[in-house]
Design a protein. Structure first.
Length: 131
């Protein structure tokens, strides 16, 4: 596979990996299982059990497992066509997916900040009209 095509695959595969990792670790649809995992992570006596449940609450940690699943599905290899290609693609995909999640998180913060500013301005306008 040509290098340009490999880079395209890398950038495209990072999107669903980021989507799955973000959805499981942040979105409302998985709130109850995530809360259960958080409780088990806090309560468990065994280090292994605490770490197992923690991976479902951390998008960075979970993205490694999602990436492994996507590599099993797609057989994507980066630069090398043997096991080294899998290792490189694994870490590159985790990095790309986490960059996408960081951009998405920043975008959400900017939107929330704008919404707060708009509500504050609306409140100021309504107080002026009432006075």
């Amino acid at each position: 596979m040509a290098l340009g095509l490999q880079v395209a695959w890398l950038l495209i595969l990072g999107v669903p990996i980021a989507c799955v990792a973000w959805t499981v670790t942040h979105e409302e649809v998985f709130r109850e299982p995530r809360q259960y995992c958080q409780r088990e992570c806090d309560r468990a006596q065994s280090l292994l059990i605490r770490k197992f449940f923690y991976l479902f609450t951390c998008e960075y940690c979970f993205s490694h497992y999602v990436t492994a699943g996507f590599l099993l599905l797609t057989r994507f290899r980066l630069l090398f066509q043997d096991w080294r290609g899998y290792i490189l693609s694994f870490f590159a995909l985790v990095w790309v997916a986490n960059q996408y999640m960081s951009i998405y998180n920043r975008l959400r913060l900017d939107i929330k900040h704008e919404q707060v500013e708009i509500k504050a301005q609306e409140g100021t306008t309504e107080r002026r009209k009432a006075a």
